[in-house]
Design a protein around this ligand. Structure first.
Ligand code: CP
Length: 328
């Protein structure tokens, strides 16, 4: 790969014009040109489990004509004590154009980017960031809430409520950046352990009472309780959690007309979101959960193409003439 590598690690601080440019690319990403990344190899390095992100990056790369190699911590020499930087350099030496990395440790992608010359894409690092999830959530919400807007990808005047285990969530951090950049008011809801007020520094409002904020919500994104990060010690009881913060059918029925329900997955059905709310129905807000999954493929096609193909994604800047500097 010639020239300076371009990475995609963090949505925080990314200019709104750049986020909109990537969302515009996602809009026209499919059908993908199956020759766009011919000759490129994309490596997926997932050191933490994934269904949606790993599969959709693999599909995206293949639809663009790239080869894909797949490495997991359990079947790599990391288990023999090799450092993650050495593992990344070793993979890169085989002729890799981009590495898509998921890790339970915040900062892993930034660390690897210092050691390799190829593009590094963050597929989720600890509690820090999940930037393609932020993009796909924003994309899905924009398409659902304002499909015919003359200002595409503008959420000015909309309120997005994100409820649940915010403190553990990299999705929350990326969503606040994405939704906030597009003009939405973002309200985080949870208990003092799951949603400390310090999170307001990200650019959102933190509230404790889900019922009080529901009437103003255009979209409610429920987040999974990440038992694996705190062993469940941040939640006194599942029953109490559902009673206070669950997106129950009763709450969904009180949401305003035209509003939507989101969840990045994987879901704890019956805990943070009721079965019937996931499926939708008469008088219930429209669930976007599978639309979020589908958007993940489009967003990742757009991103890979933008980072790796010589012509990039041929995107025009939208609303702002910021440079096309993907966060690095
Ligand atoms: N939303 C998300 O990141 O899902 P996976 O863990 O299945 O990739």
């Amino acid at each position: 790969m010639s020239g300076r590598p371009r990475h995609f690690i963090d949505l925080a601080g990314m200019p709104a014009g750049e986020i909109r440019r990537l969302l515009r690319l996602a809009e026209s990403a499919e059908p993908a040109d199956p020759t766009a990344l011919a000759g490129h190899t994309v490596a997926t390095l997932f050191f933490e489990d994934s269904t949606r992100t790993r599969t959709s990056f693999t599909l995206a790369a293949r639809r663009l004509g790239a080869d894909v190699i797949d490495l997991a911590s359990t079947n790599s020499s990391l288990s023999k004590g090799e450092s993650i930087a050495d593992t990344a350099k070793t993979i890169e030496a085989m002729g890799i154009s981009a590495m898509v990395i998921r890790s339970s440790r915040a900062g892993t992608c930034e660390l690897i980017a210092q050691h390799v010359g190829c593009s590094v894409i963050n597929a989720g690092d600890g509690r820090h960031q999940h930037p393609t999830q932020g993009l796909l959530d924003a994309y899905t919400a924009c398409k659902a809430l304002d499909p015919f807007s003359p200002n595409p990808f503008d959420l000015t005047g909309k309120t997005v409520v994100i409820v649940g285990d915010l403190a553990s969530s990299r999705v929350f951090r990326s969503d606040v950046a994405a939704f906030g950049s597009l003009g939405a008011t973002v309200v985080g809801v949870g208990s003092s352990t799951l949603a400390p007020r310090s999170l307001e520094a990200l650019g959102c409002r933190i509230e404790r009472d889900l019922d009080a904020v529901l009437p103003e919500a255009d979209a409610v994104q429920a987040l999974r309780i990440q038992f694996e990060r705190h062993g469940g010690t941040a939640v006194a009881s599942r029953r109490e959690y559902r009673a206070r913060f669950g997106l129950t059918i009763g709450r969904a029925l009180r949401m305003k007309p035209g509003s939507v329900v989101m969840h990045p997955g994987p879901m704890n059905r019956g805990l943070e979101i009721d079965e019937a709310v996931c499926e939708g129905g008469p008088d219930l807000p429209r669930p976007l959960i599978l639309e979020q999954v589908a958007a993940g493929v489009s967003v990742r096609i757009a991103l890979l193409r933008d980072l790796l193909s010589p012509a990039g994604g041929s995107a025009e800047p939208v609303n702002a003439p910021e440079p096309a500097g993907v966060a690095s």
